[in-house]
Design a protein around this ligand. Sequence first.
Ligand SMILES: CC(=O)SCCNC(=O)CCNC(=O)[C@H](O)C(C)(C)COP(=O)(O)OP(=O)(O)OC[C@H]1O[C@@H](n2cnc3c(N)ncnc32)[C@H](O)[C@@H]1OP(=O)(O)O
Ligand SMILES: CC(C)C(=O)C(=O)O
Ligand SMILES: [Mg+2]
Length: 556
Amino acid sequence: MKNYTKYRKGYYMPPVCDMSWAQKEYPDKAPTWCSVDLRDGNQSLIIPMSLDEKIEFYKMLIKVGFKEIEVGFPAASDTEYEFLRRLVDENLIPDDVTVQVLTQAREHIIKKTFEALKGVKNAIVHVYNSTSFAQRQQVFRMSKEEIKQIAVDGAKLLKKLTEEAGADYRFEYSPESFTGTEPEYALEVCNAVLDVWQPTAEKKAIINIPVTVEMSMPHVYAMQVAYISQNLKYRDNVVLSLHPHNDRGCGVADSEMGLLAGADRIEGTLFGNGERTGNADIVTIGMNMFALGVDPQLDFSNMPELVEMYERVTRMHVHERQPYAGALVFAAFSGSHQDAIAKGMKWREETDPGRWTVPYLPIDPEDVGRQYDADVIRINSQSGKGGVGFIMEQKYGIAMPKNMREDFGYCVKGVSDHKHKELMPDEIYQIFQQEYVNAEEPYKLVDFALRKEQNGIRSGEVIMMVDGQEKTFKAKGNGRLDAVSNALQENLGVSYKDLVYSEHALEIGQASRAMAYIGITGEDGRTSWGAGMDTDIITASILALVSAINRMKNGK
Ligand SMILES: CC(=O)SCCNC(=O)CCNC(=O)[C@H](O)C(C)(C)COP(=O)(O)OP(=O)(O)OC[C@H]1O[C@@H](n2cnc3c(N)ncnc32)[C@H](O)[C@@H]1OP(=O)(O)O
Ligand SMILES: CC(C)C(=O)C(=O)O
Ligand SMILES: [Mg+2]
């Protein structure tokens, strides 16, 4: 990587201004949002959306709650033009929604844009021209004055055509390539445009400060925004808008810091689609606010539906790690994360269900339409007892004792490691059934009959299938389980020094059945676990004991 020497910073620091905004922690109210999916997002797709696809996307944007939507660049193509006409002809623009259209500051392009707008009640006409040093020098080969004149002429034409149309359109101006523009000069151009428009409280103008190409760290951009915000003419009558791209991966940070620095409005796209590395991702910015307890005024409660539509019509993919939306962003595979999440969920249930403080999960997945069991705890060879126990309990109502969960955790981990794959809940349940429940090899319980003697002792017989033959063993003990345990130790050549037992009724799936768990610890200190399931709790406990003995015999 020697070629770094050919690069220099392409941005300009603004003059010193009030920096008190930098003390703010986070934006405490939602900005005005403007979706530019149908324009900036669309212009960057390999195959731009068809008319019908744009309509579907547009309807979704309205459903999510956008009140300002840049619907296209009508002078760009027939599809762009027809799209706007279709919105008008089919009456698809709700009264509280303003559609925005983009145009270069060129006469014929502006005129074509106004043709497309006929019949639109609420519109923002967004005009732009490039102001950066590089574009002045290389693309336009014009002086600062000449470039400013393009902006002023464009602004005048917007005003004139709006008056001629008898319309009440609002205006937006962008000094495109702002990030490579001297901030004082960008301010001068914006103020010249505002002098033409003479914005009022009733008819505010929008000045949009784009990060056309991201060149600096977010705090530098925020300082530029603060400088513009603090020095713009007619400031009270101007909506200061931001339009960050993501070349350095900081589109969201630019937006958030820019809001702190004085901006009122954000232009961006769903999941950050847009030119090159994309636009600022409005889903992330909005959800970041949500996660801090601020209402973003956008509804992302059905994220799976949003992702499905987006992927289908744009032919783009929402990355598995995309904040708040990716398939894996709530998934925990690793043991310690799963353990903490399972405990955090329990804590929340028992203490304050109205608050969310669960470790490792910045938001409640259900708030964006995701499910705990399917999305959160996922099992592979990195997982531990906490996660496996959580799934067994939540999905199947199997509440194993803590130490048995550890045993089962290692068992599941081994299977996943060996198969080199993630295990689905049903597979985990199968492993549990096969490994622990009512195990019959080498010994199978056939029957038992026990009575209570006068002194409280239980005695009787237990019938077992051993090596294909039925055998009856005398049984005696303090209780039924104890009697069977004694009989089996005496006759099957097994011995253990400790036996732990627990049971519960099954409430999910196999309702009306009982589950019993038994752990027996051999002379070597190793504990073998078994489980029994039956409609009768005593039978379940004896089946659990036989399972544990079988597993001990099998070295498990
Ligand atoms: C950062 C952004 O995303 S900006 C938006 C970019 N989006 C798009 O460009 C998509 C839609 N654009 C298009 O379909 C076409 O560019 C059109 C229809 C608008 C214009 O098409 P054309 O005139 O054939 O081509 P083109 O855009 O290359 O025009 C370049 C000319 O316009 C000038 N120009 C470019 N942008 C602007 C502007 N904003 N204001 C004034 N002049 C401009 C250029 O300097 C160049 O001038 P020249 O002809 O004297 O060399
Ligand atoms: C048209 C402008 C606002 C733009 O898309 C950009 O600068 O990125
Ligand atoms: Mg852009």
